[in-house]
Each structure stands twice: as C-alpha cells, then as structure tokens.
Design a protein around this ligand. Structure first.
Ligand code: DLL
Length: 441
C-alpha cells in the first residue's frame, strides 16, 4: 500500500464503490434484467402489472427502458400482505422485518441468507465511509426488533470488526452510563435522539466532550444541516447521515462519507430515479423530486420502481473521497409529510432550519396545523431556554416577532410562534413525530 493510500480513509469495497460509470451501468442493466425475470416468474403482483402495461421482461433492453415499467407503491405491499410480494418460498427466508408505518398494517419484508450477506456488506460500506474502524466501540441505540435500524448497523459494525454494544433504545440515563463506562466511540441512533442524549447529559452536568464519542451515524428520519451542526457542537462528534427504508432493505441504501456532501447510493445494488411526484415523469439529472428505487440484487423481496415518497436531489460528480456512486442530498422530508398551508408546500425541515439559526431556541419543536373557518393555520411551538422564557414580556414579544418574520421569509406563508417551557415537548426514543394536523383528525 502506498503512503498516499495509507493516509486516505478506508473504502470498504473499493472495486465496487469506485467503478467507472460505464462498468456500473453495464452491471446495473444485467442485474436489472435478472431481477425482472425473477419477479415476473415468482411474484403475481408484478406479473399482473407488467402484463397490464403490455410489457415483457425482454422489452427492457436499456436502463432508460426502466421508465416504461409501472411503479410499486405501499398500497401494492398492503394488498399483498403479508408475504404476497416474496419471490422465494418461505423456507428460503431466514429473517423477517417490517416497516415503521403508524397507520394500518405494517409492510412485511423478508431476507434470504444471501440478502443478509449483502445487507451486512452495504452497512459495512457506509459505516466505514462514516469513519468506523475495528478500533471503534459502536453504541447501537436503535430499537432491536422488527425495525431494520438496529440489526442493519449491528451486523455492519461486526463485519468491520468493531465492538458492538447492542444497548437498544430507551432508558436514556443507562445509555449515558454505558457510554461513559464502556467508552462508546460511535453512536448509532436517530438524530432527534442524539439531541435528547445531549440534553440529558447537560442536565446531569456531564460534558459529552469528555466521553469517548468520535462519530455519529444518524438516520431513520429527516434532519437539517442546522441540526447536524448542533449535534456536532454539543456531542463533539462528526455527525453523518445514512438513509434506507425497510421496503428496499433497511439502512444501507445510502450513506455519507466524512466529506458530508450527500449520501452515496449503493448503485451496484439499487437503481435510483427522481420523478415528479404529481405526474410520475422521470426528471432530468439534478432536479429535486421524489426518489424511486429499484433493487437489483435482492432475492426474497425484490422491489421494482418503489415510490419512496422521500424528496431529494441526486448528483453524479465523483466525490472527493473517490467513490463514484451518485449522492443523494439530505431529504427535505417525505411528500406525505409535506404540509400544505394556504396552498403553500411546507416541509418541517424548513422550519427546523429557521429555528436552529436563532439563538435562544432549543432544538425541540412541534407543529400544529389547524383550520380557522376556511383558512389553514400553522402554529410553531418551540422550546426556548430559561433566560428567554423568564425574560420580560417586551423581550419575549420581540423574540416571537423575529421568529415569525424569519419563518415567513423562509416558507412564504405566515406561521404563529408559541414559546413553550424547556422540556415540555414530548421526546422520542426513535423517530420524532413533529406534526399534529388537526385538520385530519
Ligand atoms: O428508517 C431504515 C433506517 C434505519 C435508515 C436506520 C437509516 C437508519 P423505515 O422504518 O422503513 O426504515 O422508514 C423509512 O424513513 O422512507 C424516510 O422517509 C425515512 N428515513 C430513513 N433514513 C432517513 C434519512 C428506516 N437519513 C423512511 N433522512 C424513509 C431522512 C430518512 N429520512
């Protein structure tokens, strides 16, 4: 190994992560055709959809032809609950997980032995990209269970050779004690829980920077650049983002390297498209739109043109780290989390960006949407630090005024700000739920 290679951060699978675009596209096409054959032979839902579109597998001769195929939606998965979308007999399925949906039946996904091997490799890829090494002690504070978060990163960390602490979610005081005593160096959880941990440490008079934490691997929910800065500054870690969804595999679909300039999508296993969420039309490179993913190596639960509902943008320039795969920007949120207030599209992450920029706001907020007569209303409840909360009325009014002006200029629609006491907004151990929409109750 040359001196230069020694200094560069490690790439887990250089051959596949840094391959040329031509080689990658040839590989994608071959794998796509195999996957289409597999689902067309074994999954009635896809057989029916393809034949309704008058398409055979042999009609897909180029990657562009993918756009001719119908989308798969959460509704398809619900209609085939629980195992109707599996492409192998159950005796070949060795693991079952499900999505974190809050309404109706969850969607069920399965993995063969090979699928688990692939998943482990992809988790090891993004965890290495984030800076995890065999010397790390990886503290996994995602809930172990049907949720894919904990198991996904668990096996990736073990594959790297790091030491895993499978603490699971909950019991924040115990998490902190274990972090102190077991010298956790890499923290795995949702970004909102990272802030809950920072808050609790502050309350207990523990300086997080005196712990052994170096890197954070955060994912499972949308979070803004401002939130990243806040976590980095308060916990003293490099905070990296990673993305995935159970329908497509779980964590390990995409992850950031230490350059923090977008999450590398593992394109040798997934084909990514960006579509207009209204028309379904594929958008030109660089556009913002809904991410659509196709798995091209999965055996038990292949998925074709899955509408993720996540809004993002892809860029294709080679990253400074040398990886060639496309990078996805931090998601703005899910199109189904997008609020329409007086006709204007508003993402909770835009509000978060404003709040995190104003000194005095705590990083905990909740949005209450309601209707007064025929008019939508948006109330932003935000915790403020004690100093502001107890400040004289006049100062409080000026503070609210400032926030309302900044929100108006960011969103293009007015929001009412309500200051609430520190620690009064519910904390979450997993994904945060920040919106109460009274219009749909
Ligand atoms: O959340 C998988 C995961 C676990 C990814 C842990 C990363 C870390 P689901 O429960 O099926 O799977 O939820 C998937 O969560 O469609 C996004 O809306 C959201 N999501 C996941 N990661 C991110 C992220 C897991 N980094 C849904 N940024 C996805 C924004 C994310 N949203």
């Amino acid at each position: 190994m040359s001196d230069c290679e020694k200094m560069m951060p490690k790439i887990w699978d250089r051959d596949n992560e840094c391959m040329s675009r031509d080689r990658l596209e040839a590989l994608q096409l071959a794998r796509l055709q195999q996957t289409l054959k597999r689902v067309n032979e074994h999954v009635p839902c896809y057989q029916n959809k393809f034949s309704a579109f008058g398409l055979g597998v042999s009609d897909i001769r180029t990657l562009d032809d993918l756009a001719k195929l119908p989308f798969t939606t959460k509704e398809d998965l619900r209609l085939n609950y629980p195992y109707g979308m599996f492409a192998v007999p159950m005796r070949e399925v060795v693991r079952i997980h499900s999505s974190s949906g809050t309404t109706g039946k969850p969607t069920v996904v399965g993995y063969t032995r090979n699928d688990l091997k692939t998943w482990t490799q992809l988790a090891a890829r993004f965890m290495t990209a984030a800076g995890v090494t065999p010397d790390d002690i990886v503290h996994i504070a995602f809930g172990y269970g049907l949720f894919t978060g904990a198991f996904g990163l668990h096996y990736g960390a073990e594959e790297i050779g790091a030491s895993v602490i499978p603490i699971s979610s909950g019991n924040t005081d115990k998490q902190i004690m274990i972090m102190q005593d077991y010298l956790s160096s890499a923290l795995v959880c949702t970004p909102s829980y990272a802030l809950t941990l920072a808050d609790r440490m502050e309350k207990k008079g523990i300086d997080p920077k005196r712990l052994s934490l170096k890197v954070g691997l955060f994912g499972g929910e949308p979070w803004s650049e401002e939130m990243r800065r806040e976590i980095e500054q308060r916990l003293g870690v490099v905070a990296t983002d990673n993305y995935g969804l159970s329908e497509v595999m779980g964590p390990g679909v995409a992850g950031e390297c230490q350059h923090q300039c977008g999450m590398h999508i593992f394109e040798d296993h997934f084909i990514a498209e960006i579509i207009d969420p209204e028309t379904g039309e594929v958008l030109p490179r660089g556009s913002i739109g809904e991410l659509v993913l196709t798995s091209i190596t999965k055996e038990a639960f292949p998925i074709i043109r899955y509408r993720t509902r996540d809004i993002t943008r892809l860029s294709y320039e080679t990253c400074e780290c040398g990886r060639t795969h496309a990078r996805m920007a931090k998601t703005m949120g899910r199109s189904d989390d997008m609020l329409i207030i007086k006709g204007v599209n508003v993402f909770p992450t835009q509000i978060e960006e404003v709040l995190f920029q104003v000194e005095g706001c705590e990083p905990h907020y909740q949005l209450v949407v309601d209707r007064a007569g025929t008019m939508d209303t948006l109330e932003v409840q935000v915790e403020v630090n004690e100093r502001i909360f107890f400040d004289e009325m006049r100062k409080q009014h000026a503070f609210v005024d400032l926030l309302e002006k900044r929100l108006l200029s960011m969103l293009g629609v007015g929001a009412k700000v309500k200051l609430v006491e520190p620690s009064s907004i519910p904390r979450h151990e997993g994904k945060a739920n920040r919106v109460i929409d009274k219009r749909v109750q």
